[in-house]
Design a protein around this ligand. Structure first.
Ligand code: MN
Length: 265
């Protein structure tokens, strides 16, 4: 059978990337008899998106969902089918400094999933995969359906899918991406994840320079540098303690991260 990780491995230089290379045969053996893993990784790369991944046959089937999952059954979210990823990738959180996918990865949700029919490969071939999720944020019944795309972008390349919540107790009109924006692994947002590694990493060469994403990254890099400075310089941090206590967050600006911080608890 074709090696499911060929495309993933071809796109990356593992001497430069912290991403795992993966070994499908080894993973398939190690995972036999275990509940199927799923995760959603929030990925700020050239654009912000949510990588939706379902464990199958020793790899993670993967879709990039630009707007993230919606709990509202009426809101169908575009999900671009991308290359299979190694199982170990599913718990990764951190910074990809350069190359393919350069950016910050946050483990936004994880748990187990159950396909509605046992033959997942047949469901994929048919373009209709029904399943239930048991994560921290996402639960209940969902479906991924393949579409032809729309308008001038209609390309029948099989890569456009829709991620749709089915109506059940876990459906609702709560915007889960803004209600629960942080990591289920570290409880951190992007600036804190970047600060725990090196905020200087992109000082001269950011993965996204222009537009909305570039602006978002610039802000995150600044916040990460400030966080890091406050941690590595204990004396100045102490002298600033009163002003920090007053605002209880690093910046007085009503910026995205601070807003999210309030909303996520
Ligand atoms: Mn991605």
């Amino acid at each position: 059978m074709a090696k499911r990780l060929d495309e993933y491995q071809r796109k990356r230089d593992f001497t430069k990337s912290p991403e795992p290379a993966g070994d499908q045969d080894k993973a398939r053996k190690a995972r036999t008899g275990k509940a199927r893993f799923f995760c959603v990784q929030k990925h700020l790369a050239s654009h912000l998106h949510y990588d939706f991944r379902l464990e199958h046959d020793g790899v993670l089937l993967s879709w990039a969902v630009p707007k993230g999952p919606s709990l509202d059954p009426k809101t169908k979210r575009l999900a671009m089918h991308v290359e299979d990823h190694p199982i170990e990738y599913g718990t990764f959180e951190g910074v990809i400094p350069e190359g393919y996918g350069a950016g910050i990865v946050m483990l936004w949700d994880e748990g187990t999933w159950t396909p509605q029919s046992e033959d997942v490969d047949a469901a994929l071939a048919k373009g209709d995969l029904k399943f239930t999720l048991d994560g921290y944020k996402l639960k209940g019944s969902w479906v991924l359906v393949r579409t032809r795309g729309w308008g001038n972008n209609a390309k029948n390349d099989g890569k456009s899918w829709l991620l749709i919540k089915h109506r059940d107790d876990w459906a609702g009109d709560l915007d889960i991406t803004t209600f629960a924006p942080k990591s289920v692994k570290s409880d951190q947002d992007f600036p804190e994840i970047l600060a725990s590694e090196s905020p200087d990493i992109w000082r001269t060469n950011r993965p996204a320079e222009g537009g909305e994403t570039g602006a978002m990254l610039r802000e995150i890099i600044e916040q990460a540098a400030a966080l890091k400075a406050s941690r590595t310089a204990p004396a100045p941090a102490r002298t600033r303690a009163t002003s920090r206590t007053k605002t209880s967050r690093p910046s007085r600006k009503p910026d995205g991260a601070a807003r999210k911080k309030r909303g996520s608890k």
